[in-house]
Design a binder for this molecule. Sequence first.
Ligand code: C2E
Ligand code: CA
Ligand code: CA
Ligand code: CA
Length: 281
Amino acid sequence: VKKNPHSYYQIFNRTMHIHAISLLQLKNDLRLALARQEFELHYQPIVSLTTKRINGFEALVRWRHPVRGLISPQEFIPLAEEMGLIIFLGLWVLKEACLQMRAWQLKFPELANWKMSVNISGKQLAHDNFVGQVKRILQETEITPNNLKLEITESCLIEDPQSTITILQELKTLGVEFSLDDFGTGYSSLSYLHMFPFTTLKIDRSFVNSMEASSEKLGIIRAIVTLASNLGMDVISEGIETINQLAQLKVLKCQYGQGYFFSKPLDSKAIETLITTELAT
Ligand code: C2E
Ligand code: CA
Ligand code: CA
Ligand code: CA
């Protein structure tokens, strides 16, 4: 094999071929996954950095593939977007998260003011009847709109700012709140940020996990907190893993956080145990 100058390319092509087949297979499986009920939601607590108490969750979707096991959303959300499946998957996620929130509130009345945060893809937001779909899910699940928060990334803002503003304003009148997700990683212009009805800026994990090593990143976080405060918004830091990161974020007056330091995303049963402990202390 060594002496054949073409063997490298043969192996390379073979690998590419396998890759193409498995991607095709994955897409086929993805098309069937909703009907086969292979998706599930995990929930990560969002915590007040001053009191360390939970005041909400972020719902994060997982795909339990019968052969490949648990697949990360980073792998299949882009595929679902490309295939147009994100509309149906997104509706399932939203409804499931609202149903779960309602169920927890019936069990634990103390959760009356907690928020359930749900990630919304730009494709979903741009879909014809997004507002109508959210309204219907709110009615069907009987969740109070104030308990729902939608996380929207910066890329949605640039694609069609005017129609995004209209959609968000309409949902805001119902009581739904919005977070600007992954803030600092996209291209949103500070000059029009105030036109969107966000109540929260979420600082991306990439800033938090480099803040100890990089004074520039720390400076960016400080600037984001100041900006948010001037615009009357609060700040959630993603990806807090160490007590030192927590301490620094508190000095910078960041109000909320989530990350492995507090809890990984957990399935609903594990979250119930966590809520029970939280309410007992
Ligand atoms: P995201 O919205 O930025 O979510 C935060 C991600 O950081 C989650 O990854 C979470 O598990 C992870 N994370 C949280 N704390 C820590 C930490 O302390 N350390 C580390 N290393 N990671 C932490 P996950 O669950 O894999 O989700 C990845 C991305 O997939 C999300 O990023 C979001 O953009 C997307 N996604 C997840 N669920 C949905 C969904 O239902 N709909 C849509 N459209 N996108 C979703
Ligand atoms: Ca998010
Ligand atoms: Ca994101
Ligand atoms: Ca992020």
